[in-house]
Design a protein around this ligand. Structure first.
Ligand SMILES: Cc1ncc(COP(=O)(O)O)c(C=O)c1O
Length: 393
């Protein structure tokens, strides 16, 4: 029987070599050499989404969600969901959802693309369509994900300043570029540009792809740019279920465009992940589109509350661009927006504040239910007379 060694064995040559290799590897990760692989890491400054507070009984007016539940059919279907189906991959073509959207908007199915919220669709669009050496153009005050995607995919870009009324200057989009994107209505201003302006931009840009991000279009009084699709093969219109269809949590967005554009988007999608949409989102999204009456009623309620809120905010001394969306971008000439934001938060009312130049005097207030907006106005009244005393004349 071999005797058990009671002392530590002296390392032999092979062990010593192994140890040296181990130490070398350690230096590689902890020392100078680390910088070399660090150089291969993609560095991006990420988009910061609005807060999703965990506390109950708060009034959440900070991320432009819909205050009303999804259509009754969606609620019923969610309650009856067949969990056995989860074993299977979902339909990679997103067929049922694509078809119901195509029917609703009077388009052939091969002109519709579906993705995981419009963020996913838009990110895919940046990757698919913005591959020029020339800069893409978008407004300086707009959805703050655009410059993040441009940086992520190393797309050159130029921000075009909004005018003094926070409107897009169409002439800024007449110059040479590698593509154009802007929301209509714009965010966070809420300003809707008429179809004639969109068409003018398209006419000046026949050689690049123009994307109109219509996340808020259902709340606007004017029409969608969808009606221009027949005429302009380089136009892509992107919409979402997150706002008007009360389904932000399900993550459903879609793009409508010419067959060529949709085919190119699908090619990129299938080169990235065949199953972007989960089964539940596909089924529930399809059901949501079927209930057009509920959708229209919800939108009308929000629009009515928005108009009431405009009147009340004006009475309190706020001013704002004329919003055609489900939020109001409001400023007060005598009260500090950051102070109001903080004071509202302390009262359990969340709105959005951007500490960025040109917009740091504004609050973006999502339209909630009538009851929530009444509470907001009461809180604002109180804050303006206590925390912001100079605001009261
Ligand atoms: C202008 C604009 N586009 C796109 C989105 C993304 O929406 P979602 O990914 O929820 O569809 C938002 C979200 O707030 C937005 O404001």
């Amino acid at each position: 029987m071999r005797k058990k060694r009671l002392y530590k064995k002296k390392p032999d040559d092979t062990e010593r070599k192994e140890e040296r290799k181990r130490q070398k590897r350690q230096t590689a990760y902890g020392g100078e050499i680390m910088k070399k692989w660090e150089a291969n890491i993609r560095k991006v400054v990420p988009y910061v989404p609005g807060e999703q507070p965990k506390a109950e009984n708060i009034i959440k007016l900070n991320t432009n969600e819909n205050p009303y539940p999804p259509a009754p059919g969606v609620q019923k279907l969610a309650a009856q969901m067949d969990t056995d189906r989860m074993r299977l991959y979902p339909d990679p073509t997103n067929g049922a959802l694509v078809d119901v959207l195509a029917q609703t908007y009077g388009l052939p199915s091969d002109q519709v693309f579906v993705g995981v919220g419009s963020d996913d669709v838009l990110a895919m669009c940046f990757l698919t369509f913005f591959n020029s050496e020339k800069p893409i153009l978008f407004p300086d005050i707009t959805y703050s994900f655009y410059d993040v995607w441009a940086d992520l995919y190393r797309i050159p870009y130029r921000c075009q300043p909004l005018d003094e009324n926070l409107c897009i200057r169409r002439e800024d989009y007449y110059q040479e570029n590698g593509g154009i994107i802007f929301p209509n209505p714009n965010a966070p201003t809420g300003i809707y540009e008429p179809l004639e302006m969109i068409e003018d931009v398209l006419q000046h840009n026949p050689d690049v792809i123009v994307i109109i991000d219509e996340a808020y279009i259902d709340f606007a009084d004017g029409p969608s740019a969808r009606s221009l699709l027949e005429k302009y093969e380089n136009l892509l219109v992107v919409q979402t279920f997150s706002k008007s269809r009360s389904m932000a949590g399900m993550r459903i967005g879609y793009a409508m465009g010419s067959r060529e554009l949709i085919r190119a988007l699908n090619d990129v999608k299938y080169s990235f992940n065949s199953y972007t949409m989960n089964q539940a989102a596909l089924e529930l999204g399809t059901e949501a589109v079927r209930d057009q009456a509920y959708f229209e009623a919800c939108v009308e309620k929000i629009k009515a509350t928005r108009e009431w809120s405009k009147t009340e905010l004006k009475k309190l001394g706020f001013s704002f661009p004329d919003s055609q969306s489900n939020f109001i971008f409001a400023t007060h000439d005598r009260a500090d927006a950051r102070v109001i934001f903080q004071a509202l938060k302390e009262r359990g009312i969340f709105v959005r504040y951007f500490s960025k130049p040109r917009v740091d005097a504004y609050l973006r207030i999502t339209i909630g239910t009538d009851e929530q907006m009444v509470k907001l106005m009461e809180a604002l009244k109180e804050i303006l007379s206590h925390e912001c005393k100079n605001a009261v004349k």
